[in-house]
Structures are given as C-alpha cells and as structure tokens.
Design a protein around this ligand. Structure first.
Ligand code: HGY
Ligand code: MN
Ligand code: MN
Ligand code: MN
Length: 404
C-alpha cells in the first residue's frame, strides 16, 4: 500500500469512530476521542514508534535519534462539533506516515510525532490545551473552573480519562532540547484551490482573542409588558452582534464571529432575561486586534447603559499573531521545488497548535488545499494525494535538518 492509500484508509477509519448524523464530533476527553487515541497509538506502534499519552491527553510517538534533541511534528486529534474528517487529524496521520517512511533511516535528531488534545477549545471555550501545556502556560486552579455545557470542568474531564492534572508539570517541554516543530494541516480556506497549487507554505498565523459574554436584562410577560418598560437581554445583544459584524469590516483582514448563543429562559412568551454568547476575533495585525476589541467592548458598554442592561465577560483565549521560521520555510520551499510540486506562501486565518508554539520555537506549517475552501463542517475534504505530497516534502525537509 502506498502513502496516499495509507493516509486515505487511516483517515476513513478515524472518521468512523467519531461520525454523527451531521459530520465528525471528536471533543476532548470523550469516548470518540478515546477511540481515536487508541487507534493512533496502534498506528504509531506499527510505524516503529515508542508511544505514550501525557497528562494533557496528547498521544506521543518517539523515534530515538543519535541526539536526544528533537524534531517534533504533528497536529491535533480533536475536532469541532459537526466538523470534518481532516482538520487536525490529517496532520497527525501525516506525521505518523513520515515516521513510518523514516523507520529504517539513522536520524541525528530524535523524531517525535504528537497528536495534540483540545486545540479547538470547543468543549470548554478555551483552545490549544496540549500545546499550551507543553509551553507551561496553564493554571491548575483555572482548569477547575472552566466548564463545558454539562457543567463538567476540564479538571474533572481529565480525571475521567484517568489523567492526573497535577502531572501536567511533567509535560512541559525543555525548549533547548527541541530543534523545531512542524505541522501539516488542511488550509481550511479557498486560496490554494483558487490559485490551483498543491501546497501552501505558511508565512504567519493570525492572532486570536476569545470571550464568553453574558448580558443580563429582566424576565417579563411578553404580552403585558409595554415595549418601553422592558429590559430585553436579547434585543440588546442583537444590537451588539450586528455592531460586531460592522466593526470587524473596519479592519482589513480582521474577522469576528459570534458562534455560540444561549437565550434564557428561552420561552416564546417571556422577555429574555439573559443571553450568553461567544466572541472570537482575529487579525494578522496585533494593533488591529486590540483596536477591534476596544471598539466592540466600548459599544457593549454603551448599549448596556442605554438599555439598562448589565453584562459580564470572561477572556477565554488570547494569542498574538506569529510568524513562521524563515530557515524552515526555505527548506520547505527547496523540498517542494526538488519534488516538482506547486505552492504559494500563505497566511493562516485559522488558529493552530503552531501558533503558541511558534512564539517559543522555530516552527513551520505546510498547508494542503481544502475542497471549496470549506472546513469545520461535514463537507470538509482534502485529497489524500495532496496530503501525501505534504508528507514527502516534510520528510525531505526533516532529512535536510538532520544533515544541517
Ligand atoms: O478556530 C480555529 O481557527 C482552529 O480551527 N482551531
Ligand atoms: Mn485545526
Ligand atoms: Mn479547527
Ligand atoms: Mn401566563
């Protein structure tokens, strides 16, 4: 079986473990994730790797080299809700395939393939769980107070997987021991397909900020309460959400999304008392990111005052934009030219584990085209042939790094 077929077969099997009536849902610390991790462990062992799972729930496959210094490759195995079968997991499968192809080579650097956990942050509203754990950027007390929709904390969810949160300290990377991190990922956008190229070398990744915002009004009877006597949390929130869309358009390339929204008491004949919604804002430009945040929060305050509403907000995630490593980008470019593939340089509007990691280590990302530019939906698709090309390019680059 060749690389393309192995990638195709492995991704199709992984999809089966997490399929719902509407796409793939593989949230952290769930049974779907456990099935995927067990299967990834098996594939890593078949590739000749020594496998272990760390306290964050990430699955690691190690291929010792002459030196204990490491090249780390991989991506995340968790998905969004009703997502696709390629986001994250395709990069883990590609990493394992690279290790398999290197099985009989003598390597200077130790090669470590990682399937990261909870990059998406969909279950607990956070994100980059394993990658931030590796960078020492987590707080045990916070994990006890970040809850999912069922009121289960990260801390409790970890324990349900027989993980010991206090052992996260053992997952922290010794940065001097790591030569670089590289990630293969689907583009999740329309650019590579529109440019009709096979691969994308990532220049930089957007900065991201995420919040949970709760707006409080007053529950009243929908029939007897005159319009000028209401404290309607939903109409107030709707005004803010409409402004968010307008504000994002003021900053070139910035985006803002209200993806989740809950109304209480959510009854046809009661004026809404409370609205809880998520806010995700992004920009390649850190100043724009801060200006957009200020713009939106100022409007939220103004609207609350005008409508006699109150609000609370929690910042769930903030990561500044980051550039990829020039040397690694040039190696990838040379490997692509040597193998005769087409490519362009591209920025990433999606967040990745490479984002926090690139602030502390030489990091590179290699994109594969997404059909129709679609992602975070069941229609998500990338050609296994292009994933195989990414494998061969990264394999060639790893050999270059080993011969530096
Ligand atoms: O949200 C993102 O951009 C990524 O898919 N985690
Ligand atoms: Mn992803
Ligand atoms: Mn994603
Ligand atoms: Mn009644």
């Amino acid at each position: 079986m060749n690389t393309t077929d192995r990638i195709k077969e492995t991704l199709e099997t992984l999809k089966i473990f997490s399929e719902t009536t509407n796409g793939v849902t593989r949230l952290p610390f769930t049974k779907e994730a456990k099935l995927a991790v067990n299967f990834l462990k098996q594939k890593m062992e078949e590739a000749g790797l020594e496998v272990f799972i760390d306290a964050s729930g990430a699955v690691h496959g190690i291929r010792p080299g002459i030196s204990s210094r490491k090249i780390i490759i991989g991506s995340h195995y968790d998905s969004v809700k009703s997502g696709g079968a390629y986001d994250g997991i395709a990069g883990v499968v590609c990493g394992i395939e690279i290790a398999r192809l290197l099985k009989y080579e003598t390597l200077f650097y130790t090669l470590e393939v990682i399937g990261f956990n909870d990059e998406e942050g969909v279950r607990f509203g956070t994100g980059f769980f394993s990658s931030k754990a590796f960078l020492g950027e987590w707080d045990i007390e916070k994990l006890k107070h970040q809850y999912d929709e069922q009121g289960i904390s990260v801390y409790e969810a970890m324990k349900s997987w027989n993980l010991v949160p206090e052992q996260l300290i053992n997952s922290v990377w010794k940065l001097s021991q790591i030569r670089c991190f590289m990630e293969i990922h689907i583009e999740q956008g329309p650019v590579l397909e529109k440019e009709a190229v096979e691969l994308g070398i990532v220049n930089g990744i957007v900065g991201m900020k995420r919040y949970n915002i709760q707006v409080f009004g007053r529950a009243d009877h929908a029939g007897t309460t005159p319009m000028n006597m209401r404290y309607d949390a939903l109409t107030g929130t709707a005004t803010v959400i409409e402004y968010i869309e307008k504000a994002a358009k003021k900053y070139a390339g910035a985006v803002a999304t209200v993806g989740a929204c809950e109304v209480s008491p959510n009854a046809v004949n009661t004026v809404p008392e409370k609205v809880k919604f998520s806010l995700d804002i992004r920009s390649m430009n850190n100043d724009d990111l801060h200006a957009l945040e200020k713009d939106i929060l100022t409007y939220l305050e103004k609207t609350a005052q005008e409508r006699n509403l109150t609000y609370e907000m929690q910042t769930k995630l903030e990561v500044e934009p980051s550039d990829m490593d020039d040397t690694l980008k040039s190696y990838l470019r040379q490997s692509i030219l040597k193998l005769g593939y087409s490519s362009i340089n591209i920025n990433s509007g999606a967040g990745h584990d490479a984002l926090p990691i690139s602030r502390k280590l030489p990091t590179a990302m290699l994109f594969v085209p997404s059909k129709g530019g679609r992602s975070h939906c069941p229609e998500e698709y990338s050609k296994p042939e292009n994933l195989a090309k990414a494998v061969h390019v990264m394999l060639d680059t790893i050999k270059k790094i080993n011969n530096e």
